[in-house]
Each structure stands twice: as C-alpha cells, then as structure tokens.
Design a protein around this ligand. Structure first.
Ligand code: GLC
Length: 574
C-alpha cells in the first residue's frame, strides 16, 4: 500500500462540499432553503463521505446578490433561521465528523450595513471605512450617460463586474463611493486600520462558535491598486493583488488564526486573476497567508474575448494542459483547490459533458479526472447527482443580478440581437447552479412544500437523490466511492503528477506516482470509442461495468469511460 509519510493538515486529504443555502432544502415552506433544512440533510453529506461543508452566506442581508451583500456579519438572516439553528447545524456536522467553513465576504458589505450608513456622513470616524471620491472636475454631467447608468462626472470610467460604473453618487455624502459589484455592495477601505481590526474580531467570534475556517470571497480585490483613482478606463482585471494584499493576508493570519494555536483551520481564497506563481505566494505555508486558492483560469477556457456569456465548446486539450500546468507549478509548494462547479458556474455535465446521451458517464468521467489532479476537491450541491443546466426559455425567468444586468446592457440598452446573446446567457447564467436541489420525485423535488424561489428542473422525477443513494451504477455512488478512495490512497493526495502529452485529443491520461505506487487515471472524454493500450493493474474506480468487448487486450475505452488503475503489487489491507 502506498504510505503517507508526511504529516499534513487535515484539509489536504479532505473533500469539500458546497451548499448554496437558498437552494438546498427548505424546511418551513417559504420556498427558500434554510439552516434546519441543511441540518436535516447532514446524514446525506455523511453518506457521501465529504469532510468539510462550505456554506455560502447565511448572514443578515437585503439579498441583492443573494447574501453576498452582508448587512450584519454577526446575525443569521431570518430567511435562513436563527442563531440556535446555526448552533444545531454546527453540532450536527461535527457529530458526523464534518467541519464547517463559512463564506467571508469582506471586500464589500451591503449598503444597508450600519458601517456604510455611518460612512455616508463625511464627519463620521467611519467615513474612511469605505472608498469615497469627489466628482471629476470640469466633466459635464450626463455627457457619457448610458440610459441613466452614468452621470458623466464619475471619478473614472471603470466598469463594475456586474455592468455599469464602479462609482455611485451619494446625495448625503455628496461624493461617489466605489463598488466593484452592484451599487448595493460598496467596497470596504482596507487601508483603514480600525476597519481591519473590526473584521478580524468578527472572524474570531465565528471561530469561537466552532466554525473551522473561511472561504474568502474575492479576496484578491481587497487591496486597491493605486491607479484605480486615475481618470480613465480600467478593468477589474488590473485591480487584483494590489500593493498591500499579501501584507493584509499575513496580518489576518496573525490576528485571527494564530490566536488559536491548538486548532488547525482551513482557508480558501477566491482569487480571480491568480497565476500559479501568485497561488504559490498565497499558499506557501511558510508565508502564513492562505491554505489554498480558487483560481479561474480553467473556468474561462471556453469563453470568447474574455466575455463570460460568449462561449464556445471547450477544446479539451486546453483544459488538460491548464490543469496540468497548475498542478505541476503549485504542487506541494503551495496548495490548489479542484473544482468544476460552484454557485457562480453553470453545471459541468451540461457545459463540458453530454447531458442528453451520456449524463452518467460524462458526469463521472469529468469528476474522476478532476479528482485525480493534486489539490483539495470541491463538490457543489447536485454535482454528485449529475444535475444539469435548466432549460430556460425567457430572460424573465432569471433571478441573478449578473445575468439580468448583462442582458440589459447588451440587449435592452446595447441593441444587440437577442437571438445572438441568448444561447450564451442560457448556458452560462449562475442560476443554472441555483435551481433547487432534487431530493426525490415528490412535488418540487422534495425541496419545498411552498413555491420555490427558482424553478425546479423538470427532470427531477427521474433525476433525484432518492433514486441514486445506495443504487449501484448511480452518479452518487460513483462519487461516494471516489471520495472514499482518496482517503485510502495517499498517492492521490501527494503523488507526483504527469500528463501524458500528445495523446489523441479526446483521451485524457494522467499519472500520479508516490514511492512505488503509480495511479493511472485515464478517460475517453467523448462519445466515440478510443483505442489505447491501457496499463495493467488493479482497477480501483471505473464508471462502466465490464462487457464482453471488454478489453481482453485492454485496448479500448468506451464512450466517456474513465478508469483509475493502480499499478503496484497489492499488499495486505488493500
Ligand atoms: C464572488 C461570489 C459571487 C458574488 C461576488 C460578489 O465571486 O462567489 O457569488 O456575486 O463574489 O460578492
């Protein structure tokens, strides 16, 4: 058996499961998921075998961005439950051996946060907790107006992540404030020492309640670049990793995590724009910043001209080489996360797989190839069932602010042809990930007895957890087995990585090696059979049953077939 020689923190051998609380399980019939609903489903998470739960925000919020706009960091939003409900969830998770990671949204707050309300008063000591600027002198108001979105004398012409200017005029302050996302999400001014101290204290209060770590929302944006305030156009891409970024992370580590010498926490930074070199800087343990990062390079390989909603079919070799480059350059020097889906991305089985003819095979092939890389795997709710994109028919069906704003800018204001814009919007909208979890074939898929806030996918009668848990040959059981294998085979966690280059484009073959153990993960990522000399060894994971055609000579992979093969002699205990 491959042996684990290095003592590593628990999160390296873990698999994380992400819950988007609005869409997971409603318990009170209001059509929105909640904390008691999640607690009810903890045994489901335990059955899947995940080690950590990342909970998207449940704090008090006006929900302009579904909780990523926080009005009170210490309160649970009544929509999701109470402090007691939260304590019950923590204790239920811990009693099942599952840790809890909270979403930390500290690049910005809600405009309803009392800090922002105070900040609007220029004489308040908290004025400086947000980023305020005077109008550009001499600029004629309304010259650059785009149907009311721009006044014309904004400090500059930078465009926000969710369309429109990054500046909004405030009548009380008589100044503009900065927001990289919606106007209801003003950016905090991390230059202010008192503000940072307040954030660290808030983090410690959550850790005191048993929370095991944080997923840090758009953390790479907290230190603003100096040219952000210059007159001119600019892109958020250049706003990442500002001059004091690493200093802030190190300070946070000292002020928050070092206060608990007996506990090992888990931190993952959402770091749009990160390169492997930057990822190593953030996650090299000796630098004491973060444990791992979410990077985005592999998430934009199918987009055209950097436009998220303008996509083409993924060219698989791009994905293979991108993940290989990240794995070899970050490796054990830092640590990476492995994901294909989350609450901001469409469903991978629809985006990269085949949700019409090969849902089971393509969902499992993608899962197994991703999990064979080096890093901590993240599974997003419903991925373990092969849930796919929703069949949207009209823009009115969307709830998501990013999707609606994009449509407004392109079609309603920009006059683009809706027929051209629609396919990308339907494929890429974040709402694809947010339709309710499909539990069973009862009404609303067992998600809610009320009216769900987003429609349930019509395929729920056949695609649901009840029809998969404990059922051999289901996507759930495949994921359960795959997650368990990670615990038994340290080669998956620590093994050196090699991508077999120059193979047929639809063949994906990687090799991990630890001591005398080699793990081959190989898959046919297409509907056409692939001929390949498959190595001999013990097949520890495979998504299709053996068949007569089954490789007496080991030279054929069926459509979307994946195998994990160990090529070491098997010893006792295997
Ligand atoms: C992150 C979140 C996303 C949110 C944005 C602003 O990217 O994942 O859901 O809209 O930050 O907080």
């Amino acid at each position: 058996m491959d042996t684990l020689t290095v003592q590593e923190p628990w999160w390296k051998t873990s698999t994380v499961y992400q819950i988007y609380p609005r869409s997971f399980q409603d318990s009170n019939g209001d059509g929105v998921g909640d904390l008691p609903g999640i607690t009810r489903r903890v045994p489901y998470l335990a059955a899947l075998g995940v080690d950590v739960l990342w909970l998207s925000p449940v704090y008090q919020s006006p929900m302009k961005d579904n909780g990523y706009d926080i009005a009170n960091y210490d309160a649970i939003d009544p929509l999701f439950g109470t402090r007691d409900d939260f304590a019950e969830l923590v204790s239920s998770l811990h009693s099942h051996g599952i840790r809890l990671v909270m979403d930390l949204v500290v690049n910005h707050t809600s405009d309803q946060h009392p800090w922002f309300q105070e900040s609007r008063n220029p004489d308040s000591p908290r004025h400086d907790w947000y980023i305020w600027r005077d109008p550009r002198r001499g600029a004629a108001v309304d010259t650059y107006a785009q149907a009311g979105q721009w006044r014309g004398d904004e400090p500059n012409r930078w465009v926000s992540a969710f369309s429109g200017p990054i500046w909004t005029w405030d009548d009380i302050a008589q100044q503009y404030y900065l927001h990289f996302f919606t106007p209801e999400q003003p950016d905090l001014n991390w230059e202010n020492t008192d503000l940072r101290a307040e954030i660290y204290a808030m983090m410690r209060r959550w850790l005191d309640q048993g929370v095991d770590g944080f997923r840090m929302d758009v953390i790479s944006l907290i230190s603003k670049p100096t040219d952000l305030y210059d007159d001119g156009d600019g892109s958020l891409d250049s706003a990442i990793f500002g001059p004091r970024f690493h200093e802030y992370l190190q300070e946070m580590h000292r002020e928050v995590f070092d206060a608990y010498p007996d506990r090992i926490f888990f931190t993952v930074g959402e770091t749009p724009g990160a390169t492997p070199e930057q990822a190593v800087m953030m996650t090299d343990p000796s630098r004491r910043e973060l444990d791992m990062v979410f990077q985005f390079e592999h998430m934009v390989l199918d987009s055209i001209d950097g436009d998220k909603f303008h996509v083409q079919k993924l060219f698989l070799p791009d994905m293979k080489s991108n993940l290989a480059r990240w794995t070899t350059s970050v490796g054990n020097r830092g640590w990476n996360s492995l994901y294909l889906s989350n609450h901001d991305q469409p469903r991978p089985v629809s985006r990269y797989g085949d949700d019409v003819n090969y849902r089971y095979e393509s969902a499992t092939a993608w899962g197994a190839m991703l999990h064979a890389h080096q890093g901590t795997p993240f599974v997003y709710q419903g991925e373990e069932l092969g849930m796919g994109n929703y069949p949207w028919t009209d823009i009115c069906e969307f709830d998501d602010v990013e999707t609606r704003n994009y449509w407004r800018d392109r079609v309603e204001l920009g006059g683009e042809d809706p027929a051209r814009v629609w396919p990308g919007v339907a494929m890429m909208s974040r709402d694809n990930a947010r339709t309710p979890m499909q539990w069973d074939n009862s009404s609303n898929a067992g998600f809610s007895r009320g009216v769900p806030w987003l429609p349930v996918h019509p395929n729920y009668r056949t695609l649901n957890a009840q029809s998969q848990v404990g059922v051999e040959g289901s996507i759930f059981e495949f994921y359960r087995k795959m997650i368990a294998l990670r615990k038994r085979h340290p080669v998956l966690v620590h093994g050196d990585f090699t991508l077999h280059e120059g193979e047929q484009p639809t063949l994906w073959w990687i090799e991990r090696k630890l001591g005398d153990t080699t793990l081959h993960a190989l898959a046919n990522m297409s509907a056409d059979p692939v001929t390949v000399a498959i190595p001999n060894g013990q097949i520890i994971l495979r998504n299709i049953p053996s068949s007569p055609r089954d490789n007496a000579e080991n030279e054929y992979l069926a459509p979307w077939e994946v195998r994990w093969i160990l090529t070491t002699p098997i010893t006792a205990g295997e």
